[in-house]
Design a protein around this ligand. Structure first.
Ligand code: NAP
Ligand code: ZN
Ligand code: ZN
Length: 352
């Protein structure tokens, strides 16, 4: 075992503070990553506050969050072939899976029917808790690591590992491209990547935000249109307009109102994961043969495809760098929708 430093919530809803813990010795297919940056996802907040307890078996405390991990390979096991010391690598939301079920064999490890092993707040195959990227190092099997873009800054690419892939996967699955009208609800960490990626894929992109405060940013990120959902006229002006709506909102909103904005055969994909369930009316779906769907991050193969796409198109995240000591303030700002557009922790602030 090797000693690691990080930040943890010692119990549900407790503020995060310094925490020491141990990680396994690297095995033959493991790489050891010196973590340089870790993005702050709203899921970190939901989980440290135990807001998903209804949907999960258990939440494990102390919890070291963080699943947008970018760093440099520091050591490799003797059978590692994909990476060498010095490579720029990343780890996203999971660190292992069964590897044999039909989903794993298709590269859909995030839907593993046995058990996707989450980067934190999960248990590894030995039943030990997993700890995330708000820490100095991580040990991971080379098959569950990603190669980061060489031509883009590592800090601005860290959030691609969750926010980027969570939007890329449904945009691709529902055939986003030229001629398609796509709406993104919520311009936060996920939403701003949705705008950049849908724009890079050639779609017409509309942001549906609570107010017009972020309008100039939305346009700069690649949106063609920007509407405030606080204005009832938005819902009349845009009725039956979109092919695809991706809902990134972390809180309860009335999905039925947004479904009316889909044209015939349109789909609303839910990626935001609010604490409470939201009622769905039959008529909002039957009226135009509309669908509502869900999507969860992406598999390793697709995540690498997304990183390569971002490298090719020069797409990275808009970030605000914070020291780890400011993490609790950063959480409060995310909760107020006051993040432009992802906090990334500079792990050098942990100190040696
Ligand atoms: P975020 O940065 O906080 O962004 C969420 C955005 O939703 C806010 O910026 C805000 O946008 C909008 N919003 C917030 N509260 C709202 C409210 N009460 N009513 C209407 N709009 C509201 O969060 P994130 O990191 O992007 O994550 C978003 C959600 O996705 C979280 O629930 C997270 O757990 C989930 N998630 C899911 C996956 C997956 O695989 N499915 C992966 C990662 C995260 P405006 O200011 O523009 O209105
Ligand atoms: Zn996330
Ligand atoms: Zn599996």
């Amino acid at each position: 075992m090797s000693k690691c430093k990080g930040y943890a919530a010692l119990e549900a809803r407790a503020p995060l503070g310094p925490y020491s813990f141990e990680r396994r010795e690297p095995r033959e297919h493991d790489i050891v990553i010196d973590i340089k940056y870790c993005g702050v996802c709203h899921s970190d907040i939901h989980q440290t506050r135990d807001e998903w307890s209804k949907y999960q078996e258990e939440s494990i405390f102390p919890m070291v969050p963080g699943h947008e991990i970018a760093g440099i390979v520091e050591a490799v096991g003797n059978k590692v072939t994909k990476y060498k010391v010095g490579d720029k690598v990343g780890v996203g939301c999971f660190v292992d899976s069964c590897r044999t079920c039909s989903e794993c064999r298709q590269g859909l490890e995030q839907y593993c029917t046995v058990a996707t092993i989450w980067t934190y707040n999960g248990r590894d195959k030995e039943g030990q808790p997993t700890y995330g990227g708000y820490s100095d190092k991580i040990v991971v099997d080379e098959n569950y690591a990603l190669r980061m873009p060489e031509n883009l800054p590592l800090d601005a690419c860290a959030p691609l590992l969750c926010a980027g892939i969570t939007l890329y996967s449904p945009l691709k699955h529902w055939n986003t491209g030229p001629g398609k009208k796509v709406a993104i609800i919520g311009l936060g960490g996920l939403g701003h990547m949705g705008v950049k990626l849908a724009h890079a894929l050639g779609a017409e992109v509309t942001v549906l935000s609570q107010s017009l405060k972020k309008q100039a940013d939305g346009k700069r990120l690649g949106a063609d249109h920007f509407y405030a959902t606080s204005d009832p006229e938005t819902f009349t002006n845009l009725a039956s307009y979109f092919d695809l709506i991706v809902n990134t909102v972390s809180a309860q909103i009335d999905w039925n109102e947004y479904l009316k904005l889909l044209k015939t055969d349109g789909t609303m994909v839910i990626v935001g994961l609010p604490e409470k369930d939201i009622p769905l009316g039959a008529f909002s779906l039957t009226a135009r043969r509309r669908s509502v769907a869900g999507s969860q991050i992406g598999g390793i193969r697709e995540t690498q495809e997304m990183l390569d796409f971002c490298a090719k198109h020069g797409v990275a995240c808009d970030i605000e760098i914070v020291p780890i000591q400011k993490i609790n303030e950063a959480y409060e700002r995310v909760l107020k929708s006051d993040v432009r557009y992802r906090f990334v922790i500079d792990m050098a602030s942990l100190g040696k």
